[in-house]
Design a protein around this ligand. Structure first.
Ligand SMILES: Nc1nc2c(ncn2[C@@H]2O[C@H](COP(=O)(O)OP(=O)(O)OP(=O)(O)O)[C@@H](O)[C@H]2O)c(=O)[nH]1
Ligand SMILES: [Mg+2]
Length: 329
């Protein structure tokens, strides 16, 4: 045993050995983790403590146990807003802190791994759009249940959350990508479905967290090199640095456009844009408004990306973000 363990650590370890319930064991382990001297000689011991915490946190709960989340809350989160974005990352990487900083949700945040046990959604505002972020339990070999990956599979965008204060964020990224790969999931700038290999290629974005830590700024360039050409933003949930860039990067990665509509002779409705995939046409917009509109659509007038304001455009005209459209039937 390393000689430099503190009296606080030794006392916590004694409490762990004497503990009778899982709750007492967990409290003692957390105390051990926070009082253990952090250096190379204790790395194995730290890993062992984290493993025990993980086991206690993720131990299967008895049926009907009030502690365990129910199946229905785990399986799916109702989509809201302009897109659903899953936060995927290794333990303690800062996923819940991001959710807490960017939405009204109040997740549990802690300096030990496996603090999040169930999915939690929150709405993030970017300009005039609401985007749904979903915080998830961490991905870790042997501990992560299948439903966590189902959330990642269902999302419109996957944010790979990486701790820039970790000893080696580049190898964390490779570990995260390989955990996804084992579940037949891959991240890329463009999604691909129906591959013969059974691989599902999801839209991905890298987010480096804890940018306020000393040395954290050295990592992003290397991460870009390791990151399969995924876009990368670096943020600090503590200082707020990079959060505006993060929101914009999420909006851009979702590849959606906002379209405002107006009735002839009236002012446009600038409050609630229609959200459509990039490349959508006037006809797609009409369908989104009402099927009747789509079948009776003759032409539209366009303000924004047209050659001139109020330009008449045909049904198959491709719209751009923030166009204002007047439908004529
Ligand atoms: N200094 C600093 N600390 C951060 C930042 N983001 C998160 N932390 C700390 O890192 C620890 C882990 O944060 P969480 O948000 O709980 O991490 P997580 O990825 O949700 O963890 P799990 O749910 O266990 O996977 C906490 O002690 C946070 O306070 C940051 O930007 N700066
Ligand atoms: Mg968490």
């Amino acid at each position: 045993m390393p000689a430099n363990l503190t009296p606080e650590y030794i006392a916590a370890e004694a409490r762990y050995r004497a503990a009778k319930t899982d709750k007492e064991r967990l409290e003692a382990l957390r105390e051990m983790l926070s009082t253990i001297p952090k250096h190379k000689g204790t790395e194995k011991l730290q890993a062992e403590i984290k493993r025990k915490i993980a086991q206690l946190r993720t131990a299967p709960k008895k049926r009907g146990s009030p502690r365990g989340p129910s199946r229905s809350t785990l399986d799916s989160i109702e989509r809201e807003g302009a897109g659903q974005v899953a936060l995927a990352g290794l333990p303690n990487s800062g996923k819940s802190s991001l959710l807490a900083r960017l939405t009204n949700a109040r997740p549990e945040i802690a300096d030990y791994p496996f603090s999040t046990l169930k999915p939690l959604p929150g709405m993030m505002e970017f300009e005039d759009v609401q985007i749904q972020l979903v915080d998830l339990p961490p991905l870790a070999s042997g501990y992560t249940e299948g439903w966590v990956y189902s959330h990642i599979r269902n999302a419109d965008l996957v944010v790979a959350v990486l701790d820039l204060a970790s000893a080696d964020p580049e190898s964390d990224l490779l570990e995260l990508l390989s955990l996804l790969e084992e579940e037949r999931l891959r991240l890329a700038p463009e999604p691909i479905e129906g591959l013969d290999s059974g691989m599902l290629v999801k839209r991905g974005l890298l987010c480096g967290t804890k940018l306020d830590f000393p040395g954290a700024r050295e990592h992003p360039a290397k991460l870009i090199a390791a990151g399969l050409e995924l876009p990368l933003v670096a943020v600090s949930a503590s200082t707020g640095e990079g959060l505006e860039e993060f929101k914009r990067a999420v909006f851009t990665a979702l590849q959606i456009i906002r379209i405002y509509t107006k009735e002839p002779g009236k002012r446009p409705d600038m409050d609630k844009p229609y959200i459509l995939p990039q490349g959508s046409t006037v006809l797609d917009l009409a369908r989104a408004i009402h099927q009747d509109f789509a079948s009776r659509l003759r032409f539209a007038r366009l303000w924004g990306s047209g050659r001139f304001e109020g330009q008449q455009v045909p049904r198959d005209h491709a719209l751009q973000d923030r166009d204002v459209v007047e439908i004529h039937i």
